[in-house]
Design a binder for this molecule. Structure first.
Ligand code: HSE
Length: 343
């Protein structure tokens, strides 16, 4: 399965590392042989080789500061990413570039280019799904292709696969949980006495935060995930303006201490129903199961008609944790058996 990867930040590198370390196991266990034939970034153009780029050389280049340092086999360099996607033979576009929740661009155009030229799409980038879900799904269906986006909500923890596939047939009245790893990490560290700035710096260092971490701390990343859940669960298009959003920047060490003394803690809680979405810091008792969800771990509870509450807890951010989401989606597409292999 030939992959074009757009974006080679934390998540793209995470996928490359997983493919490097698990390639043989993936072939043996699933008959799945993914090969990254191209990598594109806005800052350093594109790399391509039909037999696959060299993963160790890609990761070494990233360590040295960017893909301009790539020293492996490579045939072509092209700075026009949409044109490169259209004209390069491949089976799947993996979109792991920086999220833009205002426009979804340029990633949405990359997805369109892929779907118009017979390539499935797998995303960790939230923008295109949060803003253009219906259009992209329609384009995919029209062309007999698949768009998957597990990595957009709770990294590789299968929140979307659970809701859309395992719970198909249930009505989900509400989804509620902790959907941002960075803020949960910061609140956890602050509870243990660390100051806000140090905790945020650690979250950035660990690869949890967005490129611009204000999206995390002001609640917009979690709100973007609610747009994705609304689209995927309810077929509803909400805009960010329609979600009530408060972040964690107003929470002081004194607030956290006051909560601790009352056997409570702060969590940034996100909630979506077919009619309403909100993100806000809430003080919850330590006996609430969400109080035990700490660090970059996330949790989501689906309120269903047939099963009652179903709760999933797992990684919400991180290099391998989100790289795995891309892998899981790729394996799902491989298992569908409709890789077209037209070249
Ligand atoms: N910045 C996001 C978070 C990454 O902290 O949850 C995963 O979407």
């Amino acid at each position: 399965v030939k992959l074009l990867l757009v974006g080679f930040g934390v998540v793209g590198q995470g996928l490359a590392e997983i493919l490097m370390t698990k390639g043989a196991a993936l072939r043996a266990q699933y008959g799945f042989n993914p090969v990254i034939v191209g990598v594109g970034t806005r800052s350093h153009g594109t790399l391509y080789h039909p037999d696959g780029l060299e993963l160790d050389a890609l990761l070494a280049a990233a360590q040295q500061g960017g893909l301009q340092h790539y020293a492996g086999r490579c045939l072509q360099k092209d700075n026009d990413i949409p044109n490169w996607i259209r004209t390069t033979p491949a089976d799947v576009l993996v979109e792991a570039s920086i999220t833009n929740l205002q426009t979804g661009q340029p990633a949405t155009d990359y997805c369109r280019a892929a779907l118009e030229t017979d390539k499935h799409v797998v995303l960790a980038n939230k923008g295109p799904i949060a803003l253009h879900y219906a259009e992209l799904q329609k384009l995919a269906r029209y062309n007999g292709l698949t768009v998957r986006f597990e990595g957009t909500v709770m990294a590789g923890t299968p929140s979307l696969t659970l809701a859309m596939e395992a719970l198909a047939g249930c009505t989900i009245h509400e989804a509620r949980g902790i959907l941002n790893g960075t803020t949960n990490f910061i609140l956890t560290q602050m509870t243990q006495g660390m100051d806000y700035a140090t905790a945020l710096a650690q979250a950035q260092q660990l690869g949890y935060a967005e490129a611009d971490p204000t999206a995390d701390v002001d609640g917009w990343d979690a709100a973007g995930k609610l747009l994705i859940l609304a689209a995927a669960l309810y077929g509803k298009k909400f805009t960010l303006d329609e979600i009530s959003v408060t972040g964690i920047t107003g929470i002081t060490p004194a607030d956290i201490e006051a909560a601790r003394q009352a056997n409570e803690c702060y969590k940034l809680i996100a909630r979506i129903t077919p009619d309403f979405g909100s993100v806000s810091p809430q003080r919850i008792p330590l006996s609430d199961p969400l109080a035990a969800v700490s660090g970059a771990t996330n949790a989501i509870t689906y309120k269903t008609d047939l099963l009652g509450d179903v709760t999933l807890v797992g990684a919400g951010a991180g290099r391998l944790q989100t790289g795995f989401a891309l892998l899981a989606d790729l394996i799902a597409i491989h298992r569908q058996g409709n890789i077209k292999a037209f070249y």
